[in-house]
Design a protein around this ligand. Structure first.
Ligand SMILES: Cc1cc2nc3c(=O)[nH]c(=O)nc-3n(C[C@H](O)[C@H](O)[C@H](O)COP(=O)(O)OP(=O)(O)OC[C@H]3O[C@@H](n4cnc5c(N)ncnc54)[C@H](O)[C@@H]3O)c2cc1C
Length: 478
């Protein structure tokens, strides 16, 4: 392959500047600057400098850790269980084994992790979180990048991989800020360009009908248009992960904040625009339930629902951590007035609440919002509610609109444990790596609080492996 005259060349080119890409670029650069080497790294970011950092920037970035650098016990078993056995055990085991080193590195870079309150008032495992969420990871790692000679190209999108006759990747074609194409030669290309949640055409192709009603949860996702996946597929990559699914969260569509969730829904009821309940809001701890609730909303008329509460919910310990929308709820003194405010058929919500209230247990003392309390109700003609079934009876009553938002897509590129991209037959595509959201892992249900963990861990693995493949003689003058 001849590189065109309007080209530059680097030892390693990283596509995408979220958790995976930043970890990859810094790790590659560090290893290319050991033993007297002075290799070159470029980092491509579609977004502006102000919006840099992809989905990671907008993420709460909860981490399934038991301390700053140790994954929770049984991580692989959990990942396998929620995927109904389809996820790669080898991948989860490698993740478990490598998190201590990768997160030790991250903490040494200045990222502060804390065991603080989460949006989940009941949860299946402990979580750590960067102080200030994913933005803290992005800005701390960019600070480190800016202390190096890593060439950061903002508003620059990779469009195609350049391959040699034998299929090796030797460069990438990029669209520069002036709208022109340029070729960057590369000793290795690391794709870390996120999922395809920001690409309506791919969402419809893979996720099917009504996909247009499932927007990315935040602005970061709009930059993730499946380019990494498409480029890798063009180069012969295989796939993993469930292509028709995505990580779903119920969100308040009126709010522009990064994660406008109302994770108190287990303590109320969730109804559709016809005033009908359609799901068990208290089936399990909220971190195990919210994705099912969000997916259930897609199937309702207009793919819209309402989380309905009475005043009792306000005394839930930690309430303020679980309600992140910044728009006030719709409120009314009676359920009938709330129903009218929400434009529901007359009598519909009233009938639902009356039947639900009548089915709730009398034993109010057993109510415990911070544990699975077993207070169950089975209202006739409605789904059961397995926990926290307490009547909705103390006005004013209020409701938050809820849609299903797309946090990231599940279908992605197949990689090995060194983050090398593999063909469907398992051959390594030489000099091509993939990390983060754009690599396939998840099936059926997201293994909560593992996406940032794996993005950092396998981004770092990709950077280190790519750097190790660059000949020692290379001095940045490719
Ligand atoms: C609101 C919200 C809450 C979340 N909460 C959690 C949580 O608590 N825990 C958790 O683990 N995960 C969470 N996630 C998911 C998690 O943050 C992401 O999946 C993860 O950070 C993805 O990292 P990444 O580096 O793979 O992708 P991203 O951070 O999305 O980075 C992708 C990068 O690629 C760039 N890009 C895309 N295409 C191109 C191209 N063609 N050329 C150049 N650049 C390109 C983008 O601009 C971006 O910089 C959340 C996400 C959101 C949005």
């Amino acid at each position: 392959m001849t590189i065109a005259h309007n080209s530059s060349a680097y030892d390693v080119v990283v596509v995408g500047a979220g958790a995976a890409g930043l970890s990859a670029a810094l790790s590659a650069h560090e290893d290319l600057h050991t033993d007297g080497r002075r290799g070159t790294v470029a980092l491509l970011e579609r977004a502006t400098r102000e919006l840099r950092g992809g989905n990671t920037r907008w993420s709460g970035a909860f981490l399934r850790l038991q301390d700053e650098t140790t994954p929770v016990d049984g991580l692989a078993d959990y990942g396998l269980a929620v995927s109904q056995g389809h996820a790669s055990r080898a991948y989860y085991e490698a993740l478990t084994a490598r998190v201590p080193e990768a997160f030790g590195w991250l903490v040494a870079k200045g990222v502060q992790l804390v065991d603080g309150p989460t949006i989940f008032l009941t949860a299946s495992a402990t979580r750590y979180q960067p102080v200030g969420g994913g933005e803290h990871i992005v800005e701390t790692l960019f600070d480190a990048v800016e202390q190096t000679d890593i060439a950061v190209h903002y508003e620059t999108s990779a469009e195609h991989l350049v391959t040699a006759e034998d299929g090796s990747v030797v460069g990438v074609r990029v669209r520069t800020p002036d709208g022109r194409l340029q070729t960057l030669g590369a000793g290795a290309v690391i794709l870390a360009a996120g999922g395809f949640q920001g690409n309506p055409e791919m969402m419809a192709r893979y996720c099917g009908a009504n996909a247009y009603r499932i927007p990315p949860i935040s602005r970061g996702g709009r930059h993730n248009r499946g380019d990494g996946l498409r480029m890798a597929l063009e180069a012969g990559a295989g796939t993993e992960g469930q292509f028709d699914l995505f990580h779903a969260e119920p969100k308040d569509p009126r709010s522009q904040v990064a994660e406008a969730v109302v994770m108190t829904f287990p303590y109320g009821i969730v109804v559709n625009t016809q005033g009908q309940r359609f799901i068990d809001e208290g089936a399990d701890t909220v971190d195990q339930t919210y994705e099912k609730v969000a997916r259930g909303i897609v199937r309702q008329p207009g793919s819209l629902a309402y989380a309905v509460f009475d005043q009792q919910v306000m005394s839930t310990p930690g309430y303020e951590h679980a309600v992140l929308t910044d728009v006030d709820p719709v409120q009314a003194d009676t359920v009938a007035d709330l129903e009218a405010e929400l434009g529901m058929p007359p009598g519909s919500l009233v009938a639902t609440v009356e039947a639900y209230n009548a089915a709730c247990p009398q034993d109010r003392d057993a109510y415990d919002p911070l544990a699975l309390d077993g207070l169950a109700a089975t209202p006739p003609g409605q789904p059961a509610k397995s926990n926290w079934a307490r009547p909705i009876e103390r006005g004013p009553f209020f409701a938050y609109p809820q849609i299903c938002a797309n946090v990231f897509t599940f279908g992605g590129v197949r990689t090995d444990l060194e983050a090398r991209v593999l063909t469907a037959d398992g051959y390594v595509i030489p000099h091509l790596y993939g990390a983060g959201e754009m690599t396939g892992l998840y099936y059926e249900m997201y293994a909560g609080s593992t996406s940032v963990m794996r993005s950092v861990t396998f981004g770092r693995a990709a950077g280190r492996h790519a750097a190790a493949q660059i000949p020692a003689a290379t001095g940045g003058a490719r």
